[in-house]
Every structure is written in C-alpha cells, then in structure tokens.
Design a protein around this ligand. Sequence first.
Ligand SMILES: Cc1cc2nc3c(=O)[nH]c(=O)nc-3n(C[C@H](O)[C@H](O)[C@H](O)COP(=O)(O)O)c2cc1C
Length: 378
Amino acid sequence: MKLIYTLRGLVNYLFYRWIVRPIIFLWEAEEAHNKLKQFGLLFTSNPMGKRILSALFYYQHKSLNTVVDGIKYDNPIGLSAGFDKDGELADVYPLIGFGFAELGSFTGYVCPGNPGVGRRLFRLVKSKSILVWYGLNNQGAEVISRRLKDKKFKIPIGISAAKTNNSTSFDLQDSIDDYLKTVRDFKDIGSYYTINISCPNTQDGEPFVDQKNLNTLLSALDEVKQESKPVYVKLAADLEEGEINTIVDTCLMHKIDGLVLTNLTKPSMNNEYLKEELVFDKGALSGLPVQRISTNIVRHVYQRTHGKITIIGVGGVFNAADAYEKITSGANLIEMITGLIFEGPQVVGEINRGLVSLLKKDGFNSIEEAVGSRNPLL
Ligand SMILES: Cc1cc2nc3c(=O)[nH]c(=O)nc-3n(C[C@H](O)[C@H](O)[C@H](O)COP(=O)(O)O)c2cc1C
C-alpha cells in the first residue's frame, strides 16, 4: 500500500507541476482563483467526480486523528480562511483529504472588497508567495448562512468572521455589531468560529489590535458565545512582541479557546521575499515569507499560554516538515492555502502521509503527543 501511495503522490505531483500549474499560472491570479472554484464545483456536482477526486487524493491514518476543544478531526491539516470566501466548496475539501476547512472570512454585510476586481492577487513564484489585495470580498453573512443553513458537513468547518470593509473611518460599536451579526447568522452552522482581527487589507486598518477595542469586542462576544462552539482569534503576522502579549492576555482573560497564528505579512515589514517580484504597491504576502514569522509566533504564544489554549498554525506550509515544525512548536492544528496553490491538491495527502512517518520516527503515537515537543514549557 505504501508503494501505491508513493507512486500516486509522485504522479500527481508531476502532473500538477508540469501540466496543470503552468496552465493555471497563465491566467491572472484572481481569475485563476475563480476558475479553480468553478472547476471544483463542477467536478463535485456528480458522484463520479467525487469518486475520482477521492481516489486521486484522499489519505487517512489513525495516528492523525485528533480531538481539539471537543471536536474530532480525522487529520490536523485544514484549509485556511480566504480561499473559499463565499463558502461554496465545503464538499470538496474532505475528498482531497483536508481534516477541516475554515470558510470566509464572512462579513456582516455584502462586501465587494477592494477596488480593482480581477487584479487583486499577484503571484511571486520564486518567493513562493501570493500578494493579496482582496479586502474581504464576500456575499455577506446573511446570504451565505442562508445557503449553508441545512448543510451537513463531512469535516469540521470553521466560520471566519471579519468586519465589513466598507469605510475608512472606524466606529467601535458598528464594527462590533458587524462581527456579532456574522456570529449570530452562523449560530447553527459550523464547528468553531474564528474572529479575524488581522486583515491587513482593510480601509480602516486593524483597530482591534488596540487592547481597549479588543476588550470591548470580546466582552460583546462573551454574551453571544455558545458553550458548544469554540471561538478562536486570528492574529496578524507583523505585531511587536508587546502587542502579541497584550492580545494573548486579553484573549485569555475572556476565555477565548484558541488563536490562529497568523495572517499575511506586509511587504514593508518583511525581508523574506525577492523585492523585484513585487509588482503592486498594496496588499500583503502569504506563503514562504510568513513561514518563519508564524512559527516563531506559535513558539512564543505556546510558552506565553503554557500550552493551555488551542493554537492553529498557519503560514508557509508546503510539506510535512513545515507542518511538523509548527506542531512540535505548539500548534494543535495546521492551516494552509499557498502550499495548495503552488504544490497542488495532492499536497494535503502527502503532508498527512509525511506526518505519519515523522510521528513514528520520533516515537509518538498521536498528533497530541507531538504538540509542543520541540518547545518545552519553561
Ligand atoms: C488569496 C488569499 C485570501 C485570503 N483571505 C483571507 C481572509 O479572508 N481571512 C483570513 O483570515 N485570512 C485570509 N488569508 C490569509 C490566510 O488565511 C493565511 O493566514 C495566510 O495566507 C498564510 O497561510 P499560507 O501561507 O498557507 O497561505 C488569505 C490568504 C490568501 C492567499
């Protein structure tokens, strides 16, 4: 069986790298993103397409099963927020082997995102990164939650909530109401919430990095939180250590269940990409430039919280070693987008297969045992 999986992975990899990716990369990145979603929908609209996807990509192993905040995951590799902004493809992710998927970010109201539709994503191929200037485009919580209301999901689904990006001025109460609207609209949908306070592409900045604002937001959330549904907060990549500590401590005070670490990095604050590949003066970077920063933040937050709250590690995961580094640094779960685009859909199964070997090599029987193992608590 091992040989079959190895051959399948290799054939899929070569097919993606030499045939599929060169075609996809001919399109503008935003156009390619939309086409891929349409293709995913078409492929999974019939049972044959579903069977093909799962035969090509699906992989599972019992050592990957994990329980986090009472939620059972078949494996720790999830899709990060931002790929499926309107929550349309939830049936596709389990077929290609994801253990969970975070949909959104959804905003309280319809949000067209930043101007320049069709030119809001740029690939930095040598830097293994994507410059993102979307600005939270989505159909809004009402429409999306109505569509997903009675849907049965095959894997845990995270609901990422952000504030509608429609104004340069910041109003605290309006912003909080906006988040709460999404939380309420998705009351019966999905397994957990992520409160995204770290979109780098919004007109009014990141006002919830401010402790007083965050405190007010989390107090309001306390009122609507459901016992059965964990709430996580997603942090920016480019924060100072003091800012991280303040946010983490505020989250702990409000008994937030976990943190998603991290969002995109701003090019002006990052040196881990090739400057000549940057062809647009707005937006923020995903992929390799976030890898090291997010892992360092995972390490720091794991220590700061004494390993007591959930950490979802995200940023620059392209293979099993990248995922394992975040897990052994303290992450309970892993999310990714850029690795999927650059390496192809087989990467999910390959990461999971690699994790099984890495766990075995270190003498661990489960993901839980590996979490934080190379970042012993002081
Ligand atoms: C095209 C794109 C859109 C994104 N949109 C969102 C979003 O709506 N909400 C969010 O929390 N993060 C968003 N992100 C950030 C990702 O969720 C993730 O934190 C970041 O890309 C780092 O992971 P990666 O290196 O695996 O891509 C987006 C990323 C990309 C590439």
